[in-house]
Design a protein around this ligand. Structure first.
Ligand SMILES: Nc1ncnc2c1ncn2[C@@H]1O[C@H](COP(=O)(O)OP(=O)(O)OP(=O)(O)O)[C@@H](O)[C@H]1O
Length: 256
């Protein structure tokens, strides 16, 4: 069964259809790429999926239920997490605190427990800290736990953002250009890590990436957007040889 399915998803900004009749489906456990030239509508698709924008037309089914009209926090609670193209961390907070904040979504102790400092509060905090540490280890950030997020090198900030998204215990993880600004070695490590967390946590992942060669190596299927429309969909091998895709990317080179 599809974990996520969009049906004729469309959004119009003034005269511009940023996303037009977009049909995506993601089966449970798949790692899917969403690629396309600059301005193709990739981030807008994420904003639609996460409730930042409401579609002009169409539907989004998550785990079989429509999520159109739900608020972003409700969508997060229902099991979808994302990272952003421009990193959004709490720069002044420590690495550990950044992850613990996300974990609060699933906290078993209430705010009242925290205010009253009940035993449940301390137990809850302890569990949260342990869970957060687990994710930080996976993302090789355990040596940074007490540093302020803003002082981390760029590649580590990107990994921290993913660790934080993971702490909300999502079923679906949306990653917006996770390797942007990383060097080839960091990129390779990150891609291996993404594959690993997918397997380990039985996650489904949708990954936006500008660089085609990069998604080719990790994704099982790829959707290609151009001017808001899906112009191609298939396995990496199919996408690589698709004339429409080649044209869209060649066109981009001419324009830049
Ligand atoms: N809130 C908005 N209001 C008006 N236009 C918007 C809005 N958000 C996005 N757009 C437009 O929608 C189109 C798609 O933008 P989007 O950021 O989704 O593309 P993208 O594929 O993510 O590009 P990039 O690779 O550069 O990040 C662009 O023309 C953009 O200017």
């Amino acid at each position: 069964m599809a974990l996520l399915e969009t049906k004729n998803l469309t959004i119009q900004f003034g005269g511009l259809k940023a996303v037009s009749n977009c049909n995506l489906y993601l089966n449970k456990g798949e790692l899917i790429g969403l690629i396309g030239p600059n301005g193709a509508g990739k981030t807008t698709v994420f904003n639609l999926l996460t409730g930042v924008y409401k579609p002009t037309e169409g539907d989004i089914l998550f785990d079989g239920k429509s999520i159109v009209g739900m608020k972003p926090y409700q969508i997060t609670q229902s099991g979808m997490a994302r990272t952003f193209q421009n990193i959004r961390l709490f720069g002044e907070l420590s690495v550990l605190e950044n992850v613990m904040i996300a974990y609060h979504f699933h906290a078993k102790h209430s705010v009242l427990d925290s205010i009253l400092r009940t035993p449940r509060h301390f137990q809850g905090e302890k569990e949260m800290r342990e869970k957060a540490m687990e994710f930080l280890k996976i993302f090789k950030l355990e040596h940074r736990v007490n540093e302020r997020a803003k002082n981390l090198p760029y590649g580590e900030q990107r990994r921290l953002e993913i660790a934080r998204a993971m702490a909300t215990q999502p079923k679906l993880l949306l990653l917006d250009e996770p390797a942007a600004g990383m060097n080839p070695q960091e990129t390779l490590e990150l891609m291996n890590m993404i594959k690993w967390i997918r397997d380990q946590f039985h996650l489904t992942i949708l990954l936006i990436e500008h660089d085609m060669s990069l998604v080719m190596n990790v994704c099982e299927r790829i959707y290609v957007l151009d001017y808001g429309t899906v112009i191609a969909h298939g396995t990496p091998a199919e996408i690589k040889n698709n004339p429409k895709v080649i044209e869209a990317y060649l066109g981009e080179e001419v324009h830049h």
